[in-house]
Design a protein around this ligand. Structure first.
Ligand code: NAD
Ligand code: UDP
Length: 350
């Protein structure tokens, strides 16, 4: 048993639930804070079940990260060894429409968290950044040293929080912060018991494909088939959410090393896959035909983005294990068992 306690903000969400399960199974005591804005408490109950006896090491607080008093209470009642910070709004289009909402939620949330952590002497953090900070990269694979940019307010919140973390570590060298730049998380836990359940119309490719496959939407709109890629469609680095969860345990272990300061790692597979290749893999896994409508490019979209995975391999001793076939298999398993996500009538009571 690892006698360590981790606070996970946004732990009821898609990546959070998978990570919390991994932490529990690795022996960490885990406390989740989430305001359930984009998630369901059913997800937490399912994580508890999946973790078996380790489920007793999970506790949940429904609260907003910006609620300083609520956060204080949590830190007063529990001494944390480290924090994993997932909580945030993440819809690119919505961030363009409502920039203040995004700056308020993501930046105020992060600042309040850092202040309360410092006040309680907890100075180890893993933060969810994103490949979006590479903008339209001039070349691939993207290494951690590439120049950074933001194409929208969501991306800018990631850039700003990264900068805040670097400044905090420079000012107070006893902080240890790992910034993880996630590429494109897809798939679900192989049990089909937890997975992604976006509210409203999905922004991301695979949740949309999944909803077409279960009959919730008529067709996938492909944003552009005139890119300079294998088949004209955009190329991304899709990573199984279980691999991503595993990367967080590796990052926590890294935080135990001395004097790391503020470090950044890509979490991707190092492989690029086009939209059409991904759709084909999903059709294969699901046996469902995905009708396509070809449309123009989506503003702000890059052509090809995939990760350099060397630094994470070398320093975190972490490498993704799964490929797109496993991602699509597990995504379909989750989708077919939960066509309406956590809102499925037959599932919502357990
Ligand atoms: P998600 O929406 O499923 O999870 C985020 C969780 O944070 C939700 O449960 C939401 O209710 C909670 N939350 C939001 N604001 C909060 C607040 N102020 N107080 C308390 N809880 C709050 O998203 P996800 O896909 O699991 O993403 C997790 C993190 O990873 C986010 O920061 C996201 O920006 C980042 N990320 C996601 C992706 C992706 O494609 N999914 C890619 C790169 C980075
Ligand atoms: N995409 C698409 N149709 C959709 C959603 C996404 O063709 O409904 C494409 C998008 O243009 C990009 C790829 O799928 O080339 C991945 O998009 P996503 O939004 O999932 O990730 P991001 O662009 O943020 O990396």
């Amino acid at each position: 048993m690892i006698n360590k306690t981790v606070l996970v903000t946004g732990g009821a969400g898609y990546i959070g639930t998978h990570t919390v399960l991994h932490l529990l199974l690795a022996g960490f005591k885990t406390v989740v804070i989430d305001n359930l804005h984009n998630s369901s408490q059913i997800a937490i109950l399912r994580v508890k079940k999946l973790a078996g006896d380790f489920g007793n090491n999970l506790s949940f607080h429904k609260a907003d990260l910006r609620d300083r008093d609520a956060l204080e209470q949590i830190f007063v009642s529990t001494k944390f060894d480290a924090v994993i910070h997932f909580a945030g709004l993440k819809a690119v289009g919505e961030s363009v429409q409502k920039p203040l909402l995004y700056y308020n939620n993501n930046l105020s949330g992060a600042i309040t968290l850092l202040e309360v952590m410092a006040a309680h002497g907890c100075k180890k953090l893993v933060f969810s950044s994103s490949a979006t900070v590479y903008g339209w990269p001039k070349e691939v694979p993207c290494t951690e040293e590439f120049p950074l940019s933001a194409a929208n307010p969501y991306g800018r919140t990631k850039l700003i929080i990264e900068e805040i973390c670097r400044d905090v570590c420079s000012a107070e060298p006893d902080w240890k912060i790992i910034l993880l730049r996630f590429f494109n998380p897809v798939g679900a836990h192989p049990s089909g018991y937890i997975g992604e359940d976006p509210q409203g119309i999905p922004n991301n490719l695979m949740p949309f494909v999944q909803q077409v496959a279960v009959g919730r939407r008529p067709a996938l709109t492909v944003f552009g088939n005139d890119y300079n890629t294998i088949d004209g469609t955009g190329v991304r680095d899709y990573i199984h959410v279980v691999d991503l969860a595993d990367g967080h345990v590796a990052a926590l272990l890294k935080l135990d090393e001395s004097n790391i300061g503020c470090e950044v790692y890509n979490l991707g597979t190092g492989k690029g896959t086009s939209v059409l290749e991904m759709v084909r893999a999903f059709e294969q896994a699901s046996g469902k035909k995905i009708p396509l409508v070809i449309a123009g490019r989506r503003p702000g979209d890059a052509e090809i983005v995939y990760a350099s995975i060397e630094k994470a391999g070398r320093e975190l001793k972490w490498k993704a294990k799964y490929g797109i076939d496993e991602m699509c298999r597990d995504q379909w398993n989750w989708a077919s068992k939960n066509p309406h996500g956590y809102g499925s009538q037959e599932d919502s009571t357990d």
